[in-house]
Design a protein around this ligand. Sequence first.
Ligand SMILES: [Zn+2]
Length: 381
Amino acid sequence: MTTTVIDGIGLLYTGDPEREEVAGAALVLEDGLVAWAGPAGRAPAADRRVDAGGRAVIPGFVDSHAHLVFAGDRTAEFRARMSGERYTGGGIRTTVEATRAAGDAELATRAAALVAEMLAQGTTTVEIKSGYGLSVEDERRSLEIATSLTDETTFLGAHVVPAGVDADDYVRLVTGDMLAACAPYAKWVDVFCERGAFDGEQSAEILRAGLKAGLQARVHANQLGEGPGVRLACELGAASADHCTHLSAADVDALAASETVATLLPGAEFSTRSPYPDARRLIDAGVTVALATDCNPGSSFTSSMPFCVALAVREMGMTPLEAVRAATVGGARALRRTDVGWLGPGARADLVILDAPSYVHLAYRPGVPLVHQVFQDGLLL
Ligand SMILES: [Zn+2]
């Protein structure tokens, strides 16, 4: 098999806590994996050579929270919100109508286009949720489409109660026939635990049903206000509590005492003109933090992890190192993955060569397309 050495790396961020940054580095790739990482002068010989020309290299971004299977357009809603209206989450139903009306091919084409857009911006692992079908068949087909694009698929039938349906009846459907139809296509179960969506009791019931069906849990928690979501995620051993914008001291303590990752989604606060989560408070308490895009047509229509890194540094009190860590290793932790989000022997050779000498430029040069080349499974895309 062919080996490739990437040398001339200005600064390598490895994601390996033993040796997180290496200046003047090289990487050797073999059979889709990283075989070696370290100072360029000590790199073993390889069949092929790629000269990074002094550019920085980071692991491919792990975007652990995205809603990519949908149809329709919500430009008007965004425009209204930027003209002073408040975000309530009610717009989800607009996307549900459009998604139900769309054909499978349209949904699949649009989701694939978003995954390609992400890849071009350095995201090599992405989680995709259902949640715009909200009927047994529309949720099932959303997840079937998602499985063709990623292994990280999430059943989010409990995104919102569909219009005209009784909430208790809907929870029964989600935990019954819908879960049965969706579980074969999903790794994860998720619930939007929020005022106006699902309360603590309903959320617990939905997550427990998912766990019983062999899925693992993650929770949309504490986005619009304080509530039981974060503590529920910790109690049930969820991989991640996502949003974490409004946290009590007890929430922070629960996260710190658990294995649950706090996934912060600053694109949502940006796009809804809302206060950002306090990443500094979480990190200082010892909580593992991830960054993700929350790419969705309503509250965060960005597919850009570099944009989220820049927001995290500027608006959420994270250092550039903490932000890039959260966007790679942190995302992997939020998906319980050890093969992605870092670059060392045995890791998947998913990496980004940046048109910059250091990953710090992701925040220092916001909005600038800094992705020079992306490798996935050791192959240059
Ligand atoms: Zn979301």
